[in-house]
Design a protein around this ligand. Structure first.
Ligand code: AMP
Length: 401
């Protein structure tokens, strides 16, 4: 771990400004007319850092974005419900400040007792957040003696609350969650125990082109599923019917397959239907060519078996992206089987890393969250990391001397 972490900071009596990722899904409750948190995973993930600061008698000043309020105050994107949930989880009263910057909040954080926690209102109420405005970053920096970034999910963006603000501190450091992400993902990229497998799915080849190219030089096997498989199959000259294809990426796909050689695996059979709505989902899987009028919407049983065997024999596996339209039960079998394969491989001693909203949802739905090595909290950030690109949120943190 090359970056400074919480362990390198003297927290006692200090105002510790912490960039967390509390971008949680909210739902308006009709009865109470208040927003309720639908999934608190991101809040739970931030607890170790907050508890460490409290335990060291520091003051935790939490900042985060939530949704896209487009640079102005909007009650639909308020972080207030998060402070209620934090109060329950930490078993201590967490203050909420409806102001994010300014003299009032500066005074509040300076006078609050050591060991206490305050959550400030959504940083995206300010246009300067997403433009990384130096003046907004400076205002945020006035709230802390120390700065800690624990928001891996936004590390691929250069915003004021994770990048601009860090420049005002001599030792901007990684929080516990960020540290865990860097250790796990770093291990998978730098020294994955062979044999190793990358399982990539989802809608678009274009989103994962850089990842496939980078992983080709690192991993032994790259297994492709989801809609993006059809761009590769078409590029190979295999008829794919009406399956989703990125026509403008066929040449790229061809080039990638030439480079990858027998490292790259494509589905050999498919669950097909005439539409996503699947009133007539055909349960007989199709091997090879898909005829016109039908689209491939999930990987078939032979592919499930082949991919499962490779994952079970691997010592390191990384997975990002669903194998099919897993939101519909008729096309969820492939994704569920991969979730199960990842959990079984972990049980056999492999290191398994899962990221991306849909793959994480599949692991969670199957109740296998605890049965894999690491579930990443970053979708876009994880992909950028796997591409081998530098992440501005990480670059902004201090290196170990
Ligand atoms: P991504 O955001 O790129 O990870 O893509 C996720 C989306 O890809 C999900 O909403 C899936 O329903 C969709 N998807 C996966 N496989 C297919 C497929 N074979 N055809 C159409 N959409 C798919």
């Amino acid at each position: 771990m090359s970056k400074l972490t919480l362990k390198d900071l003297d927290l006692q009596g200090k105002c510790v400004l912490v960039r967390v990722d509390f971008n949680v899904p909210l739902q308006l409750c009709e009865e109470t007319n208040r927003y309720e948190i639908v999934d608190d995973t991101r809040i739970l993930s931030a607890l170790p850092t907050i508890e460490k600061i409290m335990g060291a008698d520091g003051k935790a000043i939490l900042i985060s974005h939530l949704g896209r309020p487009k640079g102005q105050p909007n009650q639909n994107f308020s972080l207030a419900p998060v402070s209620d949930r934090l109060t329950e989880l930490l078993d201590t009263s967490v203050r909420f400040s409806s102001e994010t910057i300014g003299s009032v909040v500066e005074k509040t954080v300076r006078t609050m007792p050591n060991g206490s926690v305050i959550l400030l209102e959504n940083t995206r109420y300010f246009p300067g957040e997403t433009t990384n405005d130096p003046a907004f970053a400076e205002e945020l920096a006035k709230l802390g003696d120390l700065f800690v970034n624990d928001a891996f999910g936004t590390a691929h963006r250069a915003h004021a609350s994770n990048v601009g603000v860090a420049a005002h501190f001599s030792k901007p450091a990684a929080g516990c969650l960020l540290e865990k992400e860097l250790i796990q993902l770093g291990h998978a990229l730098q020294s994955p125990t062979p044999p190793n497998v990358a399982l990539l799915g989802g809608a678009k080849v274009s989103d994962k082109m850089g990842v496939i190219t980078n992983l080709m030089g690192i991993m032994d096997h790259i297994l492709i599923g989801g809609a993006m498989a059809y761009t590769f199959l078409k590029a190979k000259g295999i008829p794919v019917g009406n399956s989703l294809v990125e026509e403008d990426r066929l040449d790229d796909a061809r080039e990638m397959m030439e480079h990858a050689g027998d490292k790259l695996f494509l589905p050999s059979d498919h669950i097909v239907s005439t539409s996503f709505d699947a009133p007539d989902a055909i349960n007989n899987p199709v091997s090879g060519a898909i005829e016109d009028g039908l689209m491939g919407l999930d990987i078939g049983p032979n592919t499930i078996k082949e991919y499962t065997d490779l994952i079970l024999s691997a010592r390191t596996s990384i997975w990002n992206g669903p194998m099919g339209v897993f939101e519909k039960p008729a096309f969820a079998r492939g994704t569920k089987a991969m979730a199960q394969a990842m959990a079984s491989a972990t049980n056999l001693g492999a290191t398994t890393i899962i990221g991306g909203g849909d793959s994480v949802a599949a692991i969670t739905q199957a109740n296998l969250h605890e049965n894999v090595t690491h579930v990443s909290t970053g979708g876009g950030a994880m992909l950028k990391f796997l591409e081998g690109k530098s992440l501005p949120g990480l670059e902004a943190l201090a290196d170990h001397p």
